[in-house]
Design a protein around this ligand. Sequence first.
Ligand SMILES: CC(C)(COP(=O)(O)OP(=O)(O)OC[C@H]1O[C@@H](n2cnc3c(N)ncnc32)[C@H](O)[C@@H]1OP(=O)(O)O)[C@@H](O)C(=O)NCCC(=O)NCCS
Length: 214
Amino acid sequence: MAVPRIQSRPLVVVGAGAIARQIRSLIAGLAGDPYRILGYLDLPRSPRPSGCVPILGGDEVLAGTDAGYVIAVGKPLVRRQVDLSATRWGRQPVTLRHPDATLDDDVTLGAGTIAFPGARIQVDARLGRHVLVNANAVVGHDCDIHDHVVLSPLAMLGGGVVIEAAAFIGAGAVVLPRRVIGAGATVGAGAVVTADVPPRACVAGVPARDINAI
Ligand SMILES: CC(C)(COP(=O)(O)OP(=O)(O)OC[C@H]1O[C@@H](n2cnc3c(N)ncnc32)[C@H](O)[C@@H]1OP(=O)(O)O)[C@@H](O)C(=O)NCCC(=O)NCCS
């Protein structure tokens, strides 16, 4: 009897910079070849193409393909914009988890969320759509991470932290337990966040202060 051939799901990567290369590497390391990258989309104002080929065009390509997609852009507002367009066109995102990312029990990952190598997501954490958890970032137990948030490498969120939509957490930043980072806020690299951060604020330093006050 012929063994049925399992087809790899075709996938378009939105973005063609370093994050796209990280995603290419992640997918290459997945057992069983679940995805086949058709190509990459080059967005205005996103990082220059970096050896990711073929470039299929801009994000309008998503309107005319049945392939799954994943967003390879580090700017939360761009992630949100691509998600809005892709949803309008009826496209389905793919959720990616590197084999070396650790997820505890009862973690939920929204559609399109990506966990890079070494990411550690602790028990009962909830992550929304198209969240990017970069290498070695830690999401503490019971965290609530809203849509389109970007966590840079080595970011560390204590238990019960809330990160509202489209906020950006810089490399190595620490957010103390139960603090709330407002929607669209930016936390600078290496910051230690000891108090709630208002929406759209930009904080940095130890303890983190509004960047304009530094
Ligand atoms: C916080 C941040 C967003 C500010 O960027 P910016 O608005 O362009 O700010 P500037 O570079 O003009 O710096 C403004 C002031 O803040 C200081 N500053 C900037 N980033 C800082 C940081 N992370 N910690 C402490 N101070 C910082 C600068 O020294 C400068 O101080 P000065 O006016 O006394 O010289 C940015 O510096 C940052 O940390 N981004 C995160 C980068 C990152 O982690 N990327 C992920 C890589 S994968």
